[in-house]
Design a protein around this ligand. Structure first.
Ligand code: GLU
Length: 444
């Protein structure tokens, strides 16, 4: 049996009932076959892949908090410190009822390669809780965040592990967690990213994942003889990634006609009104029905359905496994040219393969959504030098990073005989740097 297959079986056996983690590992290992096969004996002897697929440290903890009725609630807290070969652990915190150990491990595993692709010195980690922020009062959110940090603080630090946001964790939650960390440690340090601008946050961090997704998509289209300007784009999601992806797509001259949340989706024939969307989602924290109520050109539909809309470019920006084989078939039948992932692993393996077989340009999240974490690393740099860069400076660096990522993954795919397979290109380019650093640092 090849070393790749041995390790995949090992991961499934050692991590039962974690299908998302298995899926993330399978996608990476399958596309590394050419690289691994060429160095199989050496990698096997060093158990390089077993080490890569086993987190350096897994922290599981209880998060008790008191709700507004005086009732004590208990949630599970997680922080997976997956790989620190190229820098301190870095990755977001997700607060969502679907969170469990397997979900955090899949996200942490992806983060290793994504962070490597940014070209910046950050290792891979991820954390979160099964806490559901939806419908909670501000006081309840603060109580939860303070309790969460009262345990997490002992495991993190500006040179050890630097969490940030993800689904359910935005500026408000980062603020409450930062305040509690500072209070316990009595140290003012850049231990979290995505902070507010008054206490060490970076300009353009809020926009970074969505803007970065569009900078990469723009370069992808340009290098393949096309142009983002004038294209019809469908976006899923209505959170931070989706909002700023829509904003940048429109600035680049595209027309974005959809967005979605956990209960339904919008088709807006005039193009999404991004200011209205921000008002509904960022200020009122309301449902998309409010968007539809305020806009004549918008239709609201219950359930899922954005992938049924005819488009040139599709940008899944909601959550894992939201774009399935049937959706991919519909997109292809409607003539989609490119699919770039704003979320983490939103496309199933079967859907990815179908898109690739049908000559759709497909860029996975590890490359396409790396702009968020890259800008987090820029926030860490500014915190370290105790300086603050302008929006234009950060945005220009972000754009350059995304253009470089595109060319790195394109070159890696070509070098290993898989031209146009950007999934393989991203996994190979991300892996090689981490593998070299792990080898250099010995058996740790
Ligand atoms: N949660 C984001 C991601 O998936 C950002 C992580 C960060 O900024 O550390 O990459």
């Amino acid at each position: 049996m090849s070393y790749v297959d041995e390790v995949y079986n090992y991961v499934v056996e050692k991590n039962p009932a974690q299908p998302e983690f298995h899926q993330a590992v399978k996608e990476v290992l399958d596309s590394l076959r050419v690289v691994i096969d060429a160095n199989e004996e050496e990698y096997r002897k060093d158990a390089l892949l077993e080490r890569l697929c086993t987190p350096e440290r897994q922290i599981l903890f209880r998060v008790p908090w008191v709700d507004d009725k005086g009732q004590v609630q208990v949630n599970n807290g997680f922080r997976i410190q997956f790989n620190s070969a190229i820098g301190p652990y870095k990755g977001g915190l997700r607060f969502h009822p679907s969170v469990n150990l397997g979900i955090i491990k899949f996200l942490g595993f992806e983060q290793i390669f994504k962070n490597s692709l940014t070209g910046l010195p950050i290792g891979g980690g991820k954390g979160g809780s099964d806490f559901d922020p939806k419908g909670k009062s501000d006081r309840e959110i603060m109580a939860f965040c303070q309790s969460f940090m009262t345990e997490l603080f002992r495991h993190i630090g500006a040179d050890t592990d630097v969490p940030a946001g993800d689904i359910g964790v935005g500026g408000r939650e980062i603020g409450y967690m930062y305040g509690q960390y500072k209070r316990i440690r009595d140290t003012y340090e850049g231990v979290l990213t995505g902070k507010g601008l008054t206490y060490g946050g970076s300009l353009a961090r809020t926009q970074a994942t969505g803007y970065g997704l569009l900078y990469l998509t723009e370069e992808l289209l340009k290098c393949n003889g096309s142009d983002i300007s004038g294209k019809t784009v469908v976006v899923s999601g209505a959170g931070n990634v989706a909002i700023y992806a829509i904003e940048k797509a429109q600035q680049l001259g595209a027309k974005v006609v959809t967005c979605s949340d956990s209960t339904g989706w919008i088709y807006d024939s005039e193009g999404i009104d991004v200011e209205l969307l921000k008002e509904v989602k960022e200020v009122k924290r309301a449902r998309l029905t409010e968007y539809a109520a305020a806009r004549k050109s918008a239709e609201y539909h219950e359930g899922r359905g954005v992938w049924s809309i005819k488009c040139d470019v599709a940008l899944p920006c909601a959550t894992q496994n939201e774009l399935q084989l049937e959706d991919a078939k519909q997109l292809v039948a409607n003539g989609v040219q490119a699919v770039c992932e704003g979320a983490n692993m939103p496309t199933t393996i079967e859907a990815t393969e179908y898109l690739q077989q049908n000559k759709v340009m497909f860029v996975g999240g590890k490359a396409a959504n790396a702009g968020g974490v890259a800008t987090s690393a820029l926030e860490m740099s500014q915190n370290s030098e105790r300086l603050h860069w302008t929006f234009e400076e950060v945005d220009a660096k972000l754009k350059q990073i995304m253009v470089n990522i595109y060319h790195n993954i394109d070159d890696a795919a070509k070098k290993y005989g898989m031209e146009g397979n950007y999934v393989a290109g991203a996994n190979i380019a991300g892996f090689l740097k981490v593998a070299e650093a792990m080898k250099a640092q010995g058996i740790v």
